[in-house]
Write a protein that binds this ligand. Sequence first.
Ligand code: SF4
Length: 346
Amino acid sequence: MDVDNTLKTGQLEKNGKHSGANGSLVRVRDLEVAFSVRKGGGSSGRKGLLRAVNGVSFDVKKGETLGLVGESGCGKTTLGRALLRLTPVPVRGSIWYGGREIQDMSTRDFRDLRGEMQMIFQDPFSSLNPRLTVGQMLGEVLAVHKVVPHGEAKKKIYELLDIVGLNREYFNRYPHEFSGGQRQRIGIARALAVDPGFIICDEPVSALDVSIQSQIINLLKDLQRELGLTYLFIAHDLSVVEYISDRVAVMYLGKIVEIADAGELYANPKHPYTKALMSAIPLPELGRRKERIILKGDLPGPLDAPKGCSFHTRCPEAIEHCRSVEPELKPLSGEKGHEVSCLLYE
Ligand code: SF4
């Protein structure tokens, strides 16, 4: 990848300014996102509060990739969207970006900051306007965010196409003329158009063929290194997450149940849920086998989250206490940066 020097220098300088006092670009504390719903559906059901994200705290350090994994419905996409204020206002908690609290920011102040926080979506086709060519689409983003003067927009769009590995001749083509991998590259170019510091990648490769997945993952890694980007990488494919992440957080029913450096988490998972997830990863060496941990039952709905430890109904290591006592996410003694939410370690 040949990153244009002007783009690279400008973005690196910009991204260098945004970390908070402790080196964290993003800080989330005790975040809860809840939706008011009726149990059983319809208008006659009893009203309830669906806590999609329930008391989540974590940091994303400048320049790192934090992977976020968990089954469908565990709240990881809602969490990612909450960071960009794309969900209802959280019930409680706080989100800081570059040392600034964004929850209470006015719409106008947040609009200025929003360009620095971008999202890449799972389905690039549905997130691209089918009536606009690539040039029109990127031009619109540049104009809305006033990134460059109008006369320099085409040059900037060519730079963006170069940086994501697309031919400049694609400037006048429409989304339906591209393959899935090319559309995701357009999605990445759109995110980069506003010189962001932080990108939430929401299942960015799960809709792509395996051979294309590795190209997009490698592109994201190259861009991170060249432009000093910080990622929150949301996915359910644990192998992909291990490959791209510096640290990994595991979510279950709206909560983070374990977080650690990627190497430590994959080699030494502690939470029974993480162990079950890890046991499902195929081993690359021929003839090697590991015992697969099959979890009982399905993921309970957030409206019916069990009391005590919310994992106790499926946990192969549950003890009596787990039915009534809710564990907290706590550091493991002797394991720097490794935190787990399980009574077995308290
Ligand atoms: Fe399993 Fe109990 Fe630990 Fe929850 S607290 S993960 S139920 S052992």
